[in-house]
Design a protein around this ligand. Structure first.
Ligand SMILES: [Zn+2]
Length: 704
């Protein structure tokens, strides 16, 4: 009896995960294998046209990390390359799997996105380099096998630092009067990458950057550094051909900073985050002098400071899940396909080189391959989450995954397990620009991004055994003050996606039109403290789109309060833009109340707050500074109108109410004229006239 009982316990012990025996001590191994091309010249992709290189500026590597918790073995590999096709990576996985003891579906391989490496796949004007394509999979496999051979008892820890200095959104929204033309001849480019520093043609970034600098540290049990897997969403720096660029250099720079030794050989790995719309340049500032090595050292210094504070675990458990998702490509319609064929026929076999020629060629590709299967992955290391995404997604997509992931923290490795181009959030397609133009570089259906995010969130649920989180609006001093003042509706404008504008009061959700960009950094919160660390409130940027809502029973004694940030020069047009309208319709845009900024050349109106009702209007005293957050309150008390700017009375007078009604608009008026060109945040409407004290108190609660 006793013996049977003991046998039962032993059996349980052998099966139960997490029960430590000699066999399931957590182990890790890392290795780096040189993948610099052995033969030159090589074809280099990464720019619009194909280039060739005759030598290597620095070494390219495949850096592998293998982790084993006794029950599961996984591999994470980062290769110095622009992007790697799925077939090539599947081949490398198959080659490594048996010798490394890692199942094929427990290997993540990603590209760093250096734009200075040999071409492993065709892209825009570049073809693949066939010899390099043959050479690479074996070298990647070798790095995995070597890392597995290096497995030794280890401990892991992780941390996330913020580095908003070295990473910025590179995609900017154009002024409506300065839009550009797409490769198909349509003047629809409302947002595009690389505006230039302090461009006169642009308003501001079209989205947030993910500025997390995430670190997974692996050490020997006695605390010697074995490897660091870092993740940062910075597209690339640019270096001469052939080069590993920023990501490749980062590991060595970090090794220096943390005094990592060569015994055991330390492997510093920088993986690419969700950087489809990000870059190191800050286009809101004048052009500054930069240098790749100084830049890399600066990021590594921040990483080293965060690294020093990491706490370690000796027996974390591992989990990994993989799935596939089939998506449609945006195939050309009959007219575009016919035009593409005509363009290519005119070339008579010559290689396409101009923009229209290259995009014509891409239309044929999309037409012939209308569907694609994506491989998506999620990994759990203790409580750390990692996703693998085979595309270049935007900073916003990474922030969505981080906000919804049940694992905190989570980071995202893009260009993993394949390369299916840019995947903008759906609303960004409407704004156009390079990263939306249908080609292999950005060919998936408009709704690809939410499907990718949802699938990854499900995988994160699977590896964690927990339910995804629902992102919530930050509790700020300003929001508390507004809610305490009992508004009829309060739109925080913090949405990350979709068309619904949440009403914090709960009664009157609004609808976003296309032409609205989400989750831009808003005001820095005065309430941000270590205990409440949210550094910014989020806001929308209206670029042709508006938010529409219905709030009945406001009557002709009502108020509206919110924050405005105008990006358009105030002499650009007759009216700079309307931030709020009530009772205005497409047929009668001037009916009801309109609040906006004056424009034109008349100094008496330019940049000043204006309120109009029908044909009559009132103008404020103080010009609203461009590109600065300003608090506005409009109060109507019968025929009496007052406007407060940053808590101060700015205009006051008689303005007989016209048609008011329940229809409210943020970011424009009833027709498509004079939309708000900039950001809006935290707008509330009250079914009563606020007082001067209310206006001052609201500003004081959220100002600075
Ligand atoms: Zn790119």
């Amino acid at each position: 009896m006793l013996r049977r009982l003991l046998n039962g316990i032993l059996l349980l012990g052998a099966l139960a995960p997490g029960l430590s025996t000699a066999a399931d001590v957590f182990r890790a191994g890392a290795a780096a294998v040189d993948v610099t091309p052995p033969v030159f010249p090589v074809i280099v992709n990464g720019m619009f046209e194909e280039r060739t290189a005759d030598s290597a500026h620095d070494r390219l590597m495949s850096r592998a990390l293998v982790l084993d918790d006794g029950a599961l073995r996984i591999a994470i590999v980062v290769v110095d390359n622009l992007m790697l096709p799925r077939e090539l990576l599947d081949r490398a996985k198959t080659m490594a799997s048996e010798s490394a003891g890692v199942p094929v579906d427990r290997i993540l391989i990603s590209a760093t996105h250096t734009h200075s490496a040999p071409s492993a796949m065709g892209c825009l004007g570049s073809g693949p380099d066939p010899a390099y394509r043959e050479f690479l999979p074996g070298q990647i496999a070798k790095s995995i096998v070597l890392a597995a051979q290096n497995l030794a008892p280890a401990r892991v820890g992780w941390t996330v630092a913020t580095d908003a200095v070295h990473n910025h959104c590179r995609r900017w929204i154009y002024r409506p009067d300065r839009m550009a033309t797409d490769p198909f001849g349509q003047p629809n480019v409302r947002a595009h990458m690389h505006p230039g520093h302090q461009s006169a043609n642009h308003i501001g970034p079209s989205g947030p950057a993910d500025t997390d600098l995430s670190l997974l540290s692996v050490q020997t049990r006695d605390g010697r550094p074995l490897a660091v897997l870092a993740n940062y969403a910075m597209h690339y720096y640019y270096s001469p051909l052939v080069s590993a660029d920023f990501c490749g250099r980062f590991g060595d720079a970090l090794a220096k900073q943390i005094n990592a030794s060569q015994d055991p050989a330390f492997v510093g790995i920088m993986s690419q985050g969700t950087s489809g719309d990000s870059m190191w340049m800050d286009y809101s500032q004048p052009r500054g002098e930069r240098d790749l090595d100084a830049y890399t050292a600066a990021v590594a210094t921040l990483a080293a400071a965060a690294y020093a504070k990491i706490e370690y675990q000796e027996q974390p458990t591992l989990a990994m899940a993989e799935t596939t998702l089939t998506l449609r490509r945006r195939t050309p319609d009959a007219a575009r396909l016919a035009a593409a064929r005509e363009t290519l026929a005119a070339l008579a076999g010559k290689t396409p080189s101009s923009r229209p020629e290259i995009y014509a060629q891409e239309q044929i590709y999309l037409h012939e391959q209308p569907e694609v299967e994506l491989k998506l992955q999620a990994i759990r290391i203790g409580d750390l989450g990692i996703t693998g995404i085979p595309d270049e997604v935007y900073g916003l997509t990474g922030l969505k995954l981080k906000a919804r992931s049940p694992l905190q923290p989570t980071f995202n490795i893009e260009l993993a397990n394949g390369a299916e181009g840019y995947i903008p959030p759906p609303e960004q397609h409407h704004l156009g620009g390079y990263t939306t133009w249908a080609a292999r570089t950005a060919g998936l259906e408009v709704q690809a991004e939410p499907q990718i995010v949802d699938t990854l969130v499900r995988l994160l649920e699977q590896v964690s055994g927990r339910t995804a989180r629902t992102p919530s609006e930050p509790t700020t001093a300003y929001a508390k003050a507004v809610l305490a003042a009992k508004p009829a509706a309060f739109w925080r404008l913090d949405e990350m996606q979709g068309s619904d504008a949440h009403d914090a009061v709960g009664e009157h959700p609004g609808k976003y039109e296309l032409g609205v960009a989400f989750y831009l950094p808003g005001r820095t919160l005065p309430s941000a403290t270590a205990a409440d660390p949210a550094p910014v409130d989020r806001c929308i940027h209206t670029a042709g789109g508006r938010m529409l809502a219905d709030v009945p029973d406001l009557g002709n004694r009502y108020s509206v309060a919110g924050w405005i940030w105008n990006g358009l020069p105030t002499d650009a047009r007759e009216t700079t833009g309307y931030c709020f309208a009530r009772g205005s319709s497409a047929e009668q845009p001037l009916a009801g109340d309109l609040l906006g900024l004056g424009g034109g050349t008349d100094a008496a109106k330019q940049g000043k707050l204006i309120v109009s009702a029908g044909e009559k209007s009132l103008t404020g005293q103080t010009a609203v500074p461009r590109k600065r957050w300003t608090h506005v309150v409009l109060i109507r008390d019968g025929d009496q109108v007052r406007v407060y700017q940053n808590g101060q009375l700015d205009l006051e007078g008689q303005l007989p109410a016209g048609r008011l009604g329940s229809h409210l608009i943020l970011g424009g008026r009833g027709d498509e004229q004079f939309g708000w060109e900039g950001k809006l945040d935290d707008w509330a409407v009250f079914a009563r006239p606020l007082t001067a004290e209310d206006a001052a108190a609201l500003y004081a609660a959220g100002g600075k």
